[in-house]
Design a protein around this ligand. Sequence first.
Ligand code: E4P
Length: 217
Amino acid sequence: MKFFIDTANLEQIKEAQDMGILDGVTTNPSLMAKEGITGTDNIMKHYVNICNLVDGDVSAEVISTDYEGMVREGEALAELHEQIVVKLPMIKDGVKACKYFYDKGIKTNMTLVFSAGQALLAAKAGATYVSPFIGRLDDISTDGLNLIAEIRMIYDNYGFETEILAASVRHTMHVIDCAKLGADVMTGPLSSITGLLNHPLTDIGLEKFLADYKKGN
Ligand code: E4P
């Protein structure tokens, strides 16, 4: 299972990268705005900074909602760095643009996916990643994890190679449940990754080992 971090915050990206367990980064316009990164030039520079911090794929989202605009923007983003994955919205023109980038050998991430049917379309269009938003489904009392299970079944039925990128992960149990269901990737905040470290028996056990070592020395 690949671990992506869902942020545009360079310190948090560096912290996850330094742990040696980071496989990539996802961003979106809201995450950029949260870090105060505004204006096309600054946003483009920030993507390059992120790519220079990590080894893996970095999803960069287009703002256009029409096919021509998505192609233009996506090509500019892909030219920024070899690690860039063009992130496209799950709308008709997004699917068409996804197929365009597939034919050109440019990686894509179909975002804002909330149903199995949308995930099927993403796979048909040759998306590298499909991003079902599990947290936002949970927010409206719909089972986000069930969507991961449905997509896994459908993709396995036909051998689709599109990777299931469980997005809108909010906490450690989302990560563990997505791993059980066979999601290929998860993207979440730093806390959903570092939270996996926590167990009181680890802390108690380590404390005792260190105390016993001191007794004998
Ligand atoms: C995915 O790529 C999105 O950036 C993200 O996971 C959305 O998460 P949120 O629902 O917590 O905003």
